[in-house]
Design a protein around this ligand. Structure first.
Ligand code: PRP
Length: 177
């Protein structure tokens, strides 16, 4: 596909890692009721792969958030576009994200969901870009730590496109220059 500089993590590597994470979560949550909260839009591919590697019963819901305009993304103010439908009170919750970048989205979401009285809340991110972090967040489970490159695919977009790439790729600079 046009616009791809190189593959950073292949679909085979992604698949292997998701299987490992699925096994770990299945062991850690044995006998517990788990609700997975996928963060739209980017998180849906990882969530879809992850749930099929779980050997425990889980419920799924989605939340959609947006920062107040691109210029204020760094402010950490997040607007809920679509909230989850199900109650998480006294339930074990896991937020499922494609990537932790500045950490602002995950910090906000965890604090917001915490006010609803869950048994506990953990975070899983397929990708971690720690070099971009602005606030401290604890990733309980994660797939890969990646360098500060513009990545696309596996749910991540550039201008709404490329989410369907099965590999995680680096975007060609020519596309956004
Ligand atoms: C991306 C990603 C995370 C967030 C991470 O979403 O899916 O939700 O940014 O960034 P942060 O750690 O700096 O908060 P984006 O706003 O691009 O929306 P999308 O998932 O709909 O593409």
């Amino acid at each position: 596909m046009n616009g791809i500089k190189q593959i950073l993590i292949s679909k085979e590597e992604l698949g292997k890692k998701v299987k490992e994470l699925g096994n770990k979560i299945s062991n850690d949550y044995e006998g517990k009721d788990l609700i997975l909260v996928g963060v739209l839009k980017g998180g849906f591919v990882f969530l879809a792969d992850l749930i099929r590697e779980l050997k425990i019963p889980v419920e799924i819901d989605f939340i959609s958030v947006s920062s107040y305009g691109s210029s204020s993304k760094s402010s950490g103010v997040v607007r809920i576009i679509k909230d989850i439908d199900i109650s998480i009170t006294n339930k074990h919750v896991m937020i499922v994200e494609d990537i932790a970048d500045t950490g602002l989205t995950l910090k906000y979401l965890k604090e917001m969901l915490q006010t609803r009285g869950p048994a506990d809340i953990k975070i899983i991110a397929a990708l971690d870009k720690p070099s971009r972090r602005k606030v401290e967040i604890d990733l309980d489970y994660k797939g890969f730590t990646i360098p500060d490159e513009f990545v696309i695919g596996y749910g991540l977009d550039y201008a709404g496109k490329y989410r369907n790439l099965p590999d995680l790729c680096i975007l060609d600079e020519e596309v956004y220059k």
